[in-house]
Design a protein around this ligand. Structure first.
Ligand SMILES: Cc1cc2nc3c(=O)[nH]c(=O)nc-3n(C[C@H](O)[C@H](O)[C@H](O)COP(=O)(O)O)c2cc1C
Length: 97
């Protein structure tokens, strides 16, 4: 299992390109096995994110802080509704002994 997950939101593809560049840079410095292939958050479950020790998250915003998915009325799990609240919950939970 790779230790770093990269997840992005995007409407027109720029953030996807940046995510790929970040993954490439990490691989160049630390080898192929540390980082997973960047995944669009609209195709990821919350459990997919929680499987990694470290996350790199990237998203653009439209207008007044509107996140991808919200902007195009997708029915998929969106950053605001599902992913971010769960991550915050996990971050605030006590670390198991
Ligand atoms: C309709 C629209 C509204 C935008 N509003 C903002 C904004 O309020 N603030 C901002 O920093 N960027 C704004 N942007 C710029 C996008 O965040 C930027 O182009 C981003 O790189 C797009 O990323 P993506 O290609 O991954 O979707 C807007 C872009 C569009 C098309």
């Amino acid at each position: 299992m790779r230790q770093i997950g990269i997840f992005f939101g995007t409407d027109s593809g720029t953030t996807r390109l940046i995510a790929k560049k970040i993954a490439k840079a990490i691989k160049a410095r630390h080898g192929e096995d540390l980082v997973a292939k960047p995944l669009n958050v609209n195709r990821a479950s919350a459990d997919d994110l929680l499987a990694f020790k470290a996350l790199i998250l990237g998203t653009p915003t439209d207008g007044e802080g509107v996140l991808p998915g919200k902007a195009n009325d997708t029915d998929e799990a969106a950053w605001l509704d599902e992913i971010l609240p769960l991550l915050l919950e996990v971050c605030e939970a006590p670390v198991p002994a």
